[in-house]
Ligand binder design. Structure first.
Ligand SMILES: [Zn+2]
Ligand SMILES: [Zn+2]
Length: 102
């Protein structure tokens, strides 16, 4: 199940389960839209993959107990600020490979 992490890994901004600013990579690394679009250039610093908007888990029990009340968001903060200069070098290295070949 997707771990709904509570904050942006870079800037530690709170990202509530219904946040439209939360972005995740395929490993669930979680950042805010401002960091993804800004310093990360849509490249995950941990795996090199891209980001997508994080889906919102329903707050209400619409169907079959599949909702936040039963499966709440994570409260475990992962705050690992990115070294902007090192990340820029990583992005530059990846830029030689098209996104669908990485
Ligand atoms: Zn952020
Ligand atoms: Zn990642």
């Amino acid at each position: 199940m997707l771990e709904l992490r509570p904050t942006c890994e870079n800037c530690n901004k709170p990202l509530l389960p219904d946040s439209l600013e939360a972005r995740i990579c395929s490993y669930e690394c979680t950042f805010c839209a401002a960091c993804v679009d800004g310093i990360l250039a849509n490249v995950c610093p941990n795996c090199g993959g891209g980001f997508t908007p994080r889906p919102i888990r329903p707050a209400r029990n619409w169907r079959g107990e599949n909702f936040l009340g039963k499966d709440p968001a994570s409260t475990r903060v992962k705050h690992r600020p990115v070294d902007a200069a090192a990340h820029a070098r990583f992005v530059a290295a990846l830029a030689n490979t098209p996104p669908d070949k990485r």
